[in-house]
Each structure stands twice: as structure tokens, then as C-alpha cells.
Design a protein around this ligand. Structure first.
Ligand SMILES: NC(=O)c1ccc[n+]([C@@H]2O[C@H](COP(=O)([O-])OP(=O)(O)OC[C@H]3O[C@@H](n4cnc5c(N)ncnc54)[C@H](OP(=O)(O)O)[C@@H]3O)[C@@H](O)[C@H]2O)c1
Length: 252
């Protein structure tokens, strides 16, 4: 096991389950001094930090609420920490039918997936070290037109766009900003966001086996390893990109 994050401080929004939890676990395994994980549910965060151990710090914080982001910043400052790696990963998914989408549905997904990413980075900017790395979780849908997913895909296109602009905005501080675009990944979002039941998940896996060159749906740690690559010194000359981690699905 390498130790690319030895003595480093990282923040993972949406770090209580799925891809974010896998990122936090991998950072700690690679020597991180402290990893702050956030989410809205205190209960999920408790379960997460119990499994992650004492170098993980849970901060209950909703990325769509600016006072919550200020509390996250204050919690990091209280420990005297500055941030080496920021993973703006929190996000939700949901289907929306064009013609039957409410304003509340629109605001909810844009508030979390777009406003949340924007203000996570802006709020924590003063705590980022010069030369730090920011990884934004987008999605392979960010340049696709998927049926009944127009809101989700638009939010992920915005996230991809932030990576381009912020790589430019933050060049003076040598802060790299990249987007990470997972493909099909087995996480709670399939049930909580896309409302799949067990049978639908198993049909989805069969479908994926046929259309994804890798032949299966990824596990969160297979996405996390690429997130860590982007944040690490191994990727020191990688900036502003969108890295698809999708078993080849959107590449063929
Ligand atoms: N799974 C996939 O196939 C896939 C593919 C492409 C991209 N992604 C992206 O990957 C990211 C992680 O998703 P996942 O698949 O790992 O799903 P997940 O297991 O549902 O994880 C989502 C995480 O974000 C947190 N979260 C949601 N809304 C939040 C908010 N308003 N404020 C703070 N935290 C919030 C959740 O905790 P709480 O609910 O407790 O807040 C949870 O920790 C998302 O941005 C998603 O769009 C996933």
C-alpha cells in the first residue's frame, strides 16, 4: 500500500456512503492525517466514522445550506487544519419527466448538485493550501442526453464546467481542479435516488454486463482509486480534465 496522502488533510463531502465513503477509506489507508466527511444524516455519518476510525471527523452539513458550509469550515479551523485535497462529491440523482417536473424538483437537484458544489469550494477556498487539489464528482452523463434525466445530466454538465473555469481561476495558487466522472456504480443512490428495487437492480446489472466493455457495474472503491489519483502528486500535471471511470461504457 502506498502512502501518497501521508500527513495530509482531506475533505470529502457526501462521505457517509457510496463513492465518498470509499474515497475517505482509501485516503486513510494511504496515510491521511485527518479526513473530514460530511452528509445530511448524522446517523449515516456515525456509522461511517465508526468504520473509518479516529482519523475521520464527521461534520453533519448540507451542501445546499450556506450556514452548514460555514460550520464545516469552522470545524476544520478549530483543529488548526488546512486542506490538501478537497473532494466535492455530495450529490443526488433523480428521474424527471419533461412535462411533469415541479419547480421544487428543479430547485432541489440544482441546489445540491450545482449550488452545493460551487459554495463548497468557495467556502473552503481560504483553507486550501497553495498547491492543493480539488476533485469534483461529475458523471459520464455530463455530455449525454438521457431519457427522463435532463435535470441530473444538466447539473453534472455544470460540475464538469466548473472544473475548467476553476483550474483557470486558481492557477495563481497552483490549485488543480479536475472532474471525475463515474459510470454505473453500485451505491445507495440506485435505491435512494433512482428508486430501483432489488429486481430492477439485478436487471440493471444484466444490462450493464452487456453494454459496459468491462462487463459489470463498478464497486465504489474502483471509482475512489481514480479520485485519489487525481488528487495525488501522481497527477501533478493533470488539470481541468474530466476523467471518465466507466469501464469504457461512454467511450465506445
Ligand atoms: N453511483 C453512480 O452510478 C454514480 C455515477 C455517476 C456519478 N455519481 C455521483 O457520485 C456522487 C456520490 O454518489 P454515490 O453514488 O456514492 O451515492 P450515495 O451513496 O447516495 O452518496 C451520496 C452522498 O452524498 C450525501 N449527500 C446527498 N445530498 C447531500 C447534501 N445536500 N449535503 C451533503 N451531503 C449530501 C449523502 O449523504 P446524506 O444523504 O446523508 O446527505 C451521501 O453521503 C454523486 O455526486 C453522484 O451524482 C454516481
Amino acid at each position: 500500500m502506498s502512502s501518497r496522502f501521508e500527513n495530509q488533510v482531506a475533505v470529502v463531502t457526501g462521505g457517509s456512503t457510496g463513492i465518498g465513503l470509499a474515497i475517505a477509506r482509501a485516503l486513510l489507508a494511504e496515510g491521511a492525517k485527518r479526513v473530514y466527511v460530511t452528509g445530511r444524516s448524522a446517523r449515516s455519518l456515525d456509522t461511517a466514522v465508526t468504520s473509518l476510525g479516529e482519523r475521520a471527523v464527521a461534520v453533519t452539513s448540507d451542501v445546499a445550506q450556506l450556514p452548514d458550509l460555514d460550520r464545516l469550515k469552522a470545524a476544520i479551523e478549530r483543529n488548526g487544519d488546512q486542506i490538501d485535497a478537497l473532494f466535492a462529491n455530495a450529490g443526488i440523482a433523480g428521474n424527471n419527466a419533461l412535462g411533469a417536473t415541479s419547480e421544487a424538483d428543479y430547485l432541489n437537484i440544482f441546489d445540491i448538485n450545482v449550488k452545493g458544489v460551487f459554495f463548497t469550494v468557495q467556502t473552503l477556498l481560504p483553507l486550501l493550501k497553495d498547491g492543493a487539489s480539488v476533485v469534483l464528482t461529475s458523471s459520464i452523463v455530463n455530455n449525454k442526453g438521457m431519457e427522463n434525466l435532463s435535470l441530473y445530466t444538466a447539473t453534472k454538465a455544470a460540475v464538469r464546467s466548473f472544473a475548467r473555469s476553476w483550474a483557470n481561476d486558481l492557477k495563481g495558487r497552483r490549485i488543480r481542479v479536475n472532474a471525475l466522472s463515474p459510470g454505473f456504480t453500485h451505491t445507495p443512490i440506485l435505491t435512494t435516488g433512482l428508486k430501483m428495487d432489488e429486481q430492477q437492480i439485478s436487471q440493471f446489472k444484466e444490462y450493464a454486463a452487456g453494454v459496459v466493455p468491462a462487463g459489470y457495474v463498478a464497486q465504489p472503491d474502483e471509482i475512489a482509486s481514480s479520485a485519489l489519483f487525481l488528487a495525488s502528486n501522481d497527477a501533478r500535471y493533470v488539470n481541468g480534465i474530466d476523467l471518465p471511470v466507466d469501464g469504457g461504457y461512454a467511450q465506445i
